[in-house]
Structures are given as C-alpha cells and as structure tokens.
Design a protein around this ligand. Structure first.
Ligand code: ADP
Ligand code: MG
Length: 340
C-alpha cells in the first residue's frame, strides 16, 4: 500500500476553468530550479514569470551565497574581527530562523559551521573530490571548531546589524534553497498566480491546484527495502499550501534522481555524519523551515531527532539504515496526521 499525505487545510483560490499547466526551468545555486503554474496562457506570459523567478533567485544568491565572491555573506565572512555589518532584509530573515534552530537543536543545525564545512571539503575549495584531498587532522578540526559558535555573533535585530567576532564563516547552504523557494512562490502569488509548484534543488513548495482540480502531487522516492531489492511503498504528498524538503545520504526525491554524497557535518563533534540515517523528509508550510529542519534532524539522528521534531510539532519522516542494510521508516505524529 502506498502512503498518501494531504494537508489538513484547504486554500481559498478557486481552480481555473480551462487552465493549462506551464513549466520553466533553469540553473541556480549549483543545482536546478523548476517552476510550474496553472493558468491561462495570455494572463501572465512565461517571459514575465522567468524574469520574476530569476530576480528572486539572484537576490538570494547575491546575499547568501558562499560561492559567489562579493555576496553579502561572503563579505561578512572575509571581514575583520569586531567589524559590524548591516544585513539585508532577506538575509536577516534567514539568519534569524537559522539561529533559532541552532538554539532548539543544541547546535546540530549551525549557520556558523562554515569553517568545518570548508575543512571537510564541502565548501567552495578545496573540494573533497579534488585529487589528493585528505580528511583533516583532529588538531585542524579543533582549530576550525573554535570559530563555529553562532552565539558569538552579536545580532542587533532592530538595526539589522551583525558583528563578525573574527574568523566565523556563515554557511546558509542548508536553508537558503528553501528560502529561495518561498521567495519565488510569494513573488508568483503576488503576480496573480495562485496555482504554482516551485522547486529548487529538490526542495518544493506547492499552492492551489493544477488542471483538473488536482493538487500538485509529488512522490517521495521509496527506499529499497534491502540492498538490490525493489523499492518499497512510495509516499505521495499533495503540496497544497505545503513545502517538502529532504536531507540525507540517500536521495529520496522527486524528479531529478541521483545519489547524494553526505555533505553534512555534526558541528557538535566537527565530524561528517555517521549516524546511519539515510534521509529525513520534512513537510512545513514554509520551505525555509522544511529545508532547515530536515538538515537539523538528519544531524540529530533518528532518536534525538524524533524527540525534538515531536516537541516542535514538526511533520517528519525518518529513513534509518539498519545494520543488515534494511531501511526502516519512522513518522512523527504530525506526519502521521497527514497520512490518510
Ligand atoms: P541536504 O539537502 O542534504 O540538507 P543541503 O544542501 O540542504 O543538503 O545542506 C547541506 C549544506 O549545508 C552543506 O553543503 C554545508 O554547506 C551546510 N551544512 C553542513 N552541515 C551543516 C549543519 N550541521 N548545519 C547547518 N549547515 C550545514
Ligand atoms: Mg537542507
């Protein structure tokens, strides 16, 4: 039996009679984006949609990219100790969410973990895939770890000012894709498009309905029950006023398959993840939160992750790789409520 997840609330926008589904795609943040919308062709042109999407993505990259020299985040990371920086609005929103989740998760999610991310070759350079790349020594991990305290960032929310304590490297890669999805989605809605499905790098947010009154159905790829075995039951989600994000070494998702390499660090130990968790999928109204929570829960592992997600009412699905290679699934009660 396949599992079907549907939201508890319905959105107000009425389905459009005779609407067609349109689709656009492109590249951003080292990955791909895709936007679909149901609408009448003449109402909003594809060129206008593409321009709006590009503008929103450019805004996120220009502020929050670790990869783009001169982004606001890059300039903060390179700034001297004690310097104070005015943070643009979108980046401030992401920073505040990231720091809140860092507190809740006891640092399992850490937006100031850039020094460790780089050390393990998951940053811009050197890459762990480069010839001759060596995992760092314990001493190097300890040195980097000393610069990953998000609490040392002095944040003045009123004036949107952030102080660089010295050597702290912000990394929003585990949350910025989700934020970009939210921003694109909001911009499309403001253009008069209430029926949209937005995806950046496998993180998705859907609103309204596609043609025929159906919601935007998205399949979470089913894990194979055992190595070499066929896939188990699939999970189908109606993204109706809902976002989904997945983290993990097993790529559970969506339309672009492909195996992921684990590129998440446990900032509490300074080591890459090795907790046997294959993936965590999170459903949330905001894709920013789905994205960030999926990474946080992945770091915490199934047991601790289930406890924290349950305490915060988060809809999460954990896929654990057992010793014998079997994969087992666990759902929080908020996720179970969405299952028919
Ligand atoms: P996933 O989709 O598997 O969550 P993401 O691309 O969303 O992957 O996030 C992984 C990226 O986040 C890493 O490449 C790194 O830049 C950053 N990162 C790694 N570990 C952490 C962590 N514990 N907290 C916050 N960000 C992290
Ligand atoms: Mg993430």
């Amino acid at each position: 039996m396949n599992r079907v997840l549907v939201p508890l609330a319905m959105e107000a926008a009425a389905p459009l009679l005779g609407a067609q589904v349109h689709s656009l795609e492109g590249q951003t943040m080292g990955t791909t984006w895709q936007v679909r919308w149901a609408g009448h062709t003449m109402a909003v042109t594809a060129a206008r949609v593409r321009a709006a999407v590009q503008d929103a993505l450019d805004l996120v990259v220009g502020q929050m990219s670790t990869w783009l020299p001169g982004s606001d985040l890059d300039r903060f990371n390179r700034a001297p100790a004690g310097s104070v920086h005015t943070v643009p609005e979108a980046m401030a929103e992401v920073l505040q969410a990231a720091c809140a989740l860092a507190e809740w998760s006891g640092g399992a999610f850490n937006p100031a973990a850039g020094a460790l991310v780089n050390l393990w070759g998951f940053g811009p350079s050197p890459r762990y895939t480069d010839a001759g790349f060596e995992p760092p020594s314990d001493a190097a991990v300890r040195r980097a770890w000393a610069h990953t305290d998000w609490r040392a960032l002095r944040w003045d929310a009123m004036h949107r000012q952030l102080r660089q304590p010295g050597g702290v490297l912000l990394d929003f890669s585990a949350i910025a894709k989700g934020y970009a999805v939210d921003l694109v989605s909001r911009r499309l809605s403001a253009m008069g498009l209430p029926h949209t499905l937005v995806e950046v790098g496998g993180e998705l947010r859907g609103h309204g309905v596609r043609s025929g009154g159906q919601p935007w159905w998205v399949d979470l790829e089913a894990p194979p029950l055992a190595p070499g075995q066929p896939a188990g039951p699939a999970t189908r989600v109606a993204l109706h006023g809902l976002s989904v994000a997945t983290s993990g070494d097993y790529r559970r998702v969506f339309e672009h398959g492909g195996v992921r390499r684990p590129h998440t660090i446990d900032p509490r130990t300074g080591q890459p993840l090795a907790n046997g968790l294959a993936s965590v999928s999170v459903l949330h109204t905001e894709c920013l939160w789905a994205d960030a929570w999926s990474t946080a829960l992945c770091v915490l592992g199934q047991e601790e992750g289930m406890t924290l997600a349950t305490a915060h009412g988060i809809a999460a699905l954990f896929v654990q790789r057992e010793r014998d290679g079997q994969l087992t699934e666990t759902l929080t009660s908020a996720m179970q409520e969405l299952a028919e």
